[in-house]
Design a binder for this molecule. Sequence first.
Ligand SMILES: [Fe+2]
Length: 460
Amino acid sequence: MNFSMLFNRKVIFGAGSIAKLNHEIPGLLEGRMRGGGILLVISRSVSRSDKYLEFRESLCKGGSDSPETETGPRVDCAGEEIVSGEPSPETVDRITARYSDKKIDLVVGIGGGSVMDAGKAVSAMLPLVGGAEAKGEAVSGAEGEAVRGTAVKGSSAGGAAGGAGHGVTSGISVRDYLEGVGRQKPPGIKIPYVAIPTTSGTGSEATKNAVITERGRNGFKKSLRHDSYVPEMAIIDPEFMLSCPRNVTAASGMDTVSQLLESYISTKANPLTEALALEGLKLASQSLPRLCNDSPGDMELRGKMALASYISGITLANAGLGTVHGIAGPLGGIFDIPHGVACANLLPGVLETTIEKLKAEAPESPLLVKLGSLGFLFARGREVSIEASETIKGRYEVFKGLRLLVESLEEWLDSLGIPPLSSFGISIADVDIIAEKSGNKNNPISLSREEIALVIKKRL
Ligand SMILES: [Fe+2]
């Protein structure tokens, strides 16, 4: 058995935990504060929240709790960038260009997965476009492998604000470093990054990649990926999630469930990711329907989903994903559909096909027992006679559990109010194009193009 695992250097979890960032900064920067600043990358809804405004007040210069060390000055707020929707290459390039000649000590991303990914990409691109790295600022990661491009500065900072096409003033774009798109390998150097999620969804606070989206017929969702891009710190404060709308809670929660399920049965799973994914699935199955349908203001349930989401980030970063994400990637590149909604629609069908193929081609696979056990976990509350998932044994119970798993997830789509794919303009004419571009990632068994097309058609 051989495997390796990547984790944040530190995770702080709990209601109100965002207030602890102030005191963590000196340790986070290891005394490398040089009077530069913190770049805050946030969502619009965060920008309006009292909780954030209070946090910003105390974080930035003038706040009573601003960090200060004997070796360096206070860390000031260098800027605040609002990111709307999934980050495109242009969004990342525009923000990076705007701060390329400023001293940035730390990037902090506060928002859903898109915002955290945007912040992660900016923290990785800033050194490459001639920012902190060029000036010897606080830069972490694989400095030894650093391959710098040629930074040719443009003449207008106004271009960075969106007036100059792609907003690239350095001649370097994040597009050049995206998997399957660009020719450059990310060198791994970066500005230290703190990720603070406000939804329970992508687990980006624990992952080594930032998903960048370009929409259109030749659109894509591709990753900027490097082991060193795992945020140095994740702060998970369920208070931020209390105001998350029902549809976002449902969709992002289904992304979490998809990520946990796919990493649980991934061909790259290891004993640690399996144990973590199972715990995450227990947390999510207990809390997601209740959060959406009964108790959206329940802090304990919000905490459980936040933890499940964080765990899903760890397991996907270390064990990979499967066919659901192999389809959701190209689907989300072509159509403007929330990632969680795409995953939710695809999950029952992909799982059902995977199970049927495993039964036919690998009937002795231990994955069937693992998935069958999950069926009883997800079916709790449906008057299922077997209580504990661990008690499953025998072929009959395994098959019953497998059926329960698929049926339960299909019922979740209804009870959580997940809209079908056709709500986003996807029609029968698009199915083959999406299937053509899809892949199986680390699914335990490969689905053919035709099987993938059937899964999509089922949810139009
Ligand atoms: Fe996902």
